[in-house]
Design a protein around this ligand. Structure first.
Ligand code: ZN
Length: 255
């Protein structure tokens, strides 16, 4: 199926198009502030995107070179399916376009996608392994994440973005070997939460394996726990206290 055949969702949850667009941009700015607060930035690397509710083949993204820690709603740029910035006067990171345009095209259910070069995510990615169900939290990813085992340098080509989309499949996350993590969600809140908890899940497994041999949660229990902590609703809900904190601490994100 070609990307152009995809019917994109536009669930508005009672909001007008304009209200939904502003909502997604505010959530995006808040997610960037949280990524900055948690130290997920590495120079100019990393991007979180939110599909536009009116033009589902376009997405909002951070301008290339602006710190996550200073991101404001007014900084966000809108990029079309050809990589052209159609709202905003800042450049887009070519890697953000190459990866996120293809992930959004491959997954019509996905409203948001998050990727950064966070330290534990990229450390874990170097092992070329999926995460194991070793903690309650790690079960959110049980049989719901994939490995993209094909590092070829900075992703500048949409063909590689397409292959990342294929590797992601129907899951909530993909580990890009020798690179870092990428998560998706039906809301910005959900995609951001999966990224935050996946980064910490990588940290937990690295710590546990450095200290000994972790005991695996058995398959039946891991699957049952995944249904509890790994649902779209659980992802969205888990983000809410972080949103409350960041908007209270850094209200200029709404500017
Ligand atoms: Zn990257």
């Amino acid at each position: 199926m070609a990307a152009t055949d995809v019917k994109f969702p536009s669930a508005l949850d009672g909001r007008t198009i304009e209200e939904e667009r502003l909502h997604r941009k505010q959530q995006l700015a808040g997610a960037f502030r949280l990524f900055g607060k948690f130290g997920f930035d590495e120079g100019v690397a990393g991007h979180i995107t939110a599909r536009d509710p009116e033009h589902p083949d376009m997405f909002w993204v951070n301008p290339f070179g602006r710190s996550f820690k200073q991101m404001r709603v007014s900084d966000l740029i809108l990029v079309n399916h050809e990589g052209t910035v159609v709202d905003g006067d800042a450049p887009v990171n070519q890697a953000a376009f190459a990866i996120h345009s293809q992930v959004h095209a491959a997954r019509p259910d996905v409203i948001a996608a998050a990727h950064s070069h966070s330290i534990y995510g990229k450390s874990w990615s170097a092992l070329g392994r999926l995460l194991d169900p070793i903690t309650q939290d790690s079960c959110a990813f049980y049989e719901d994440h994939a490995l993209f085992d094909d590092f070829t340098g900075v992703v500048l080509d949409t063909e590689e973005g397409k292959r990342i989309g294929v590797a992601l499949g129907e899951g909530k996350a993909v580990i890009l070997r020798n690179h870092g993590l990428l998560t998706v969600g039906e809301s910005v809140a959900e995609a951001a939460w999966w990224f935050i908890t996946m980064e910490r899940t990588c940290q937990a497994q690295l710590l546990a394996e450095a200290a000994g041999t972790p005991v695996l949660i058995d398959a039946e229990c891991a699957a049952a726990t995944a249904r509890q902590v790994g649902s779209h609703a659980a992802g969205w809900f888990s983000f809410q206290p972080l949103w409350d904190v960041i908007t209270a601490e850094q209200p200029d994100l709404f500017d």
